[in-house]
Design a protein around this ligand. Structure first.
Ligand code: XMP
Length: 506
């Protein structure tokens, strides 16, 4: 188990992911808010920071239980922090120290650099520079511009590096992390999907005992994996609810519900389409649509949950990025930011919360799902927004518009699957525009709806680029949509990236 202290760097999550890729479990905590009892941790990593150690409100971690007592790796800000406050010197740098650099000097016979080639490329991102090493510091590596790119402290298992080993551009970065964690700190590499399943099943059984648990299934990866894990842990004590809000993809409710039943889940499908659509009638503001859907969902779910006698727990598919985001370093003190998935419990449902996936990243959730034998097709599904097709129907929503969009979307998604393109795209869908355009079919003039197709590449939805789908494919899909879907006479393809556009149109 490895402890990572966050100083607010955008890269901290990436460090955690690299460590996990080594099959080593790790947790991120704010630098000023970490557990008192560190006995279960085998090593500590200090992350980067947007702050300067020379500034006024310098983030000061309390390292009294860490430094010299257990293996410590200080990255970027961490390396400067150790230098600045332990007898070294940090000053504003006068050369450019952003981007690629090469380790022109590496100390010989240094375990930290085992398997790392001379001139190995590393990624720098800092404006301060270490001018003098801290007391007992030993230089381990330099670049042309940065003399103290890496150092260690004699008499301690403390290592410090100025560059970011966690980013892709640091070619041997993962090797260095492995050298530090496995060879130097001797942390066991035992965090595998199978081991996780075993551990979390036991933990959930211990926590929940004989109580009943309710869980909302959405058809998405996270809630599905959470349900299958809990089903393994507590079987018939788990009650799943799958709500049809009438804004799902074509036939999705029936198909996914059957799939859930086939997986042996105790699931109840609740078709509340009419209720959602009637509450949404005449509403065209996107945020109002979201609020209505959120409220009606809670009402429907709560009503169903009340039918389960004596239920004590609410299970959620919360994953680690949501958890980190809700307790993160924003400025010199830790602030708590509320997030829709964390603590998202309506007041009138006083249930205890079970979150079996709260320590996992998305790709780990998929791997755990695969270990549990969940259908790869289900695990590979594109993300789909909670408010569903409502935010892809611009303007007000009617049952007829939902039908049109479901048909269009189905042609597009099935086409992507048939042409082997589905897995190359991060998210895809169709948007129904609130405009009519003139067309001609046979001898007749038409005046019908325009739809847009959207397909993006992304890793986390924060940034995205449009996918360069083959023209032949777009041509075929466009023909099929116009021929098959009554009410549509024009198809356009969205070629905007995020930013400045967003993935959804509303
Ligand atoms: P945007 O449009 O902000 O979308 O670029 C980024 C990702 O978030 C999804 N999204 C939502 N998901 N409720 C959700 O559960 C929402 O209100 C919502 N809005 C956008 C979107 O589909 C994409 O994956």
């Amino acid at each position: 188990n490895v402890l990572i202290l966050d100083f607010g760097s955008q890269y901290t999550q990436l460090i955690a992911r690299r460590v996990r890729e080594l099959n080593i479990f790790c947790e991120i905590f704010p630098y000023n808010h970490f557990p008192d009892d560190l006995s279960s941790y085998k090593a500590v990593i200090l992350g980067g920071s947007p702050f300067s150690v020379r500034g006024e409100d310098v983030p000061h971690p309390d390292l009294s239980q860490i430094r010299g007592k257990m293996p410590l790796l200080a990255v970027c800000y961490g390396a400067q922090y150790l230098a600045h406050f332990s007898g070294g010197e940090v000053a504003a740098s006068n050369t450019r120290e952003y981007g690629r650099a090469n380790l022109s000097y590496i100390k010989e016979d240094e375990v930290f650099f085992d398997g790392v080639v001379q001139n190995s490329q590393v990624w720098m991102s800092h404006s301060d520079s270490i001018k003098a090493l801290p007391t007992n510091g030993i230089k381990l590596a330099s670049t042309n511009d940065v003399e103290y790119a890496a150092y260690k402290i004699e008499g301690e298992t403390t290592y410090a590096i100025q560059y970011h080993p966690e980013v892709f551009h640091s070619t041997d970065g993962k090797q260095m992390l492995e050298n530090f964690l496995v060879k130097i700190a001797e942390v066991p590499q035992n965090f595998t999907p199978g081991a996780f399943v075993e551990e979390i099943v036991a933990e959930m059984q211990e926590k929940i005992q004989g109580d009943k648990v309710v869980l909302g299934l959405s058809g998405g990866v996270d809630s599905t994996v959470a349900a299958v894990l809990l089903n393994k842990a507590i079987g018939s004590q788990l009650y799943c609810i799958f709500v049809n809000n009438g804004l799902l993809r074509k036939n999705e409710f029936e198909n996914v519900l059957n799939q859930y039943k086939g997986m042996g889940l105790n699931v109840k499908g609740v078709d509340a389409s009419e209720r959602f659509l009637s509450e949404l009638a005449g509403v065209d503001d996107p945020e109002t649509k979201r609020k209505i859907i959120g409220r009606v969902f809670i009402e429907v779910f709560d009503n169903e949950a009340h039918h389960i006698e004596d239920v004590k727990w609410l299970a959620q598919g919360t994953i680690y990025p949501d958890v980190i985001e809700s307790v993160s370093v924003k400025g010199p003190s830790a602030t708590i930011k509320s997030h829709h998935n964390v603590g998202g419990l309506p007041d009138f449902m006083k249930l205890k919360i079970a979150e079996p996936l709260r320590m996992l990243f998305k790709d780990e959730v998929r791997r755990v799902g695969a270990t549990l034998g969940i259908d790869p097709e289900l695990l590979g599904r594109h993300p789909f927004p909670g408010p569903g097709l409502s935010i892809r129907i611009l303007g007000d929503i009617t049952p007829e518009k939902v039908r049109i969009l479901q048909e269009v979307d189905a042609v597009f998604i099935n086409g992507l699957k048939e042409h082997g393109l589905y897995d190359k795209v991060w998210q895809a869908g169709a948007i129904l525009l609130p405009v009519n355009s003139v067309g001609v079919m046979g001898d007749e003039r038409t005046y019908e709806k325009v739809v847009a197709l959207r397909a993006v590449e992304s890793t986390d939805g924060m940034t995205a680029d449009w996918v360069h789908l083959p023209y032949d494919f777009l041509m075929k899909i466009s023909n099929e949509i116009i021929n098959k879907v009554k009410g549509v006479n024009r198809v356009v393809y969205d070629i905007s990236s995020k930013p400045p556009a967003t993935i959804e149109w509303e």
